[in-house]
Design a protein around this ligand. Structure first.
Ligand code: ADP
Length: 349
């Protein structure tokens, strides 16, 4: 089996008294896209900076393509790691044309090869026509595509992306994400990307590692993490949730929406987490309608979906999200049913 493109083993890193990364192990296989996902300050960028060689390893070891790149007393400098870097602020060279920006890492190559590589990399991000332009002549999205082309042109075996789309507005972000995923897949390079946006991680990643307070708390495919979060923290990170308190009895927690299965011991205090899209909403009296009556408190049609706040008979409020545009009157009676596959039970801390 080939070595991972990147392997971190038991890596820890502190800035003075701040423990930014704690005993973290993570591997990225060749061709794989892995996202580090977590809230601001959880240590994501530090992991990336360590992998890039921008920080020296204080504890643990980092190997790139099976070769030791960092450990206490060993530090391969960033320029010798054959790693492509893309940061949020693009960091293009303002005085160089797009062509020379993309060719920057290829200066020592034969001019014919260099030219070929530049055009191929620009072709992959759809910007061949801009090769003679200067960065300030391009939009933010185009500049970010150039930054990606620059990182990929030397054909590194590992690319590191730090919040690469966060400087772009929402619409542009989607376009640049599409181009980026396609270019990364085509290049076959291993990718480690940092983001605090769960939807972005789900869109980009083969595998997501969720970080909290310097540690990886769960790792898996996007669908795994969405369907089987191991904690309230992970569940909440993947979108809005409803929280209901309960107690485990005979392998179930009773809720207003019916029993939800759990492995918790009898008598354990439990928290039931329900995603808004797990609640089926139908008009009262409709055939096949749910069993729990509620009234509409607010409805916000958002285009692709509608977000509802609903009040149950006991006054408890829940959030629901349904596909398409739906604008019931405030106070309208509805019936709710729960898809138990999207309800999770966690022990109360
Ligand atoms: P993230 O990328 O998840 O936002 P970082 O890796 O940037 O997290 O930061 C992790 C922790 O380390 C935070 O508490 C942050 O304030 C601290 N930190 C990051 N860089 C430095 C630095 N150069 N000096 C001191 N503290 C830092």
């Amino acid at each position: 089996m080939s070595s991972p493109a990147l392997a971190l083993d038991d890596v820890s890193h502190s800035y003075g008294a701040v423990r930014a990364v704690i005993d973290l192990s993570l591997a990225v296989a060749p061709g794989e896209v892995v996202c580090l996902l977590g809230p601001s300050g959880c240590g994501k960028s530090t992991v990336l900076r360590l992998a890039a060689g921008l920080e020296e390893v204080q504890a643990g070891r980092i190997a790139i393509n099976g070769i030791l790149a960092g450990a206490p007393g060993t530090h391969v400098p960033p320029e010798d790691r054959n790693v492509g870097l893309v940061f949020q602020d693009f960091a293009l060279f303002p005085h160089l044309t797009i062509c020379n920006n993309v060719g920057f890492g290829l200066r020592s190559r034969d001019p014919v090869v260099r030219r070929e590589r530049i055009l191929a990399a620009l072709g992959d991000v759809g910007l061949v026509h801009a090769e003679q332009a200067f960065p300030h002549m391009l939009s933010g999205g185009e500049q970010q595509r150039v930054a990606l082309a620059r990182a990929l042109a030397p054909r590194p075996r590992l690319v590191l992306l730090d919040e690469p789309f966060s400087g772009l507005d929402a619409r542009l972000r989607e376009q640049v994400r599409d181009v980026t995923v396609e270019a990364l897949r085509k290049s076959g390079t291993a990718t480690l990307m940092v983001t605090h946006d769960a939807e972005e991680a789900m869109f980009m990643a083969d595998r997501i590692a969720v970080m909290r307070d310097g540690r990886i708390v769960q790792e898996g495919t996007p669908i795994d993490l969405y369907r089987h979060p191991i904690s309230l923290f992970v569940a909440a990170f993947f979108g809005e949730i409803n929280r209901l308190a309960g107690t485990a009895r005979h392998g179930e927690v009773a809720t207003r929406f019916g029993p939800v299965p759990t492995g918790l011991a009898d008598g354990a205090a439990a928290e039931v987490v329900i995603r808004p899209e797990a609640l089926r909403v139908s008009l009262a009296g409709e055939t096949g309608s749910g069993t729990v009556p509620a009234r509409v408190v607010s409805a916000h049609p958002l285009g692709r979906s509608t977000r509802l706040v609903l009040a149950l008979d006991d006054g408890h409020r829940v959030k629901a999200r349904i596909w398409g545009l739906y604008h019931p009157a405030v106070g309208a009676p509805v019936m709710l049913a729960l898809d138990p596959r999207q309800a999770f039970v966690f022990p109360v801390d």
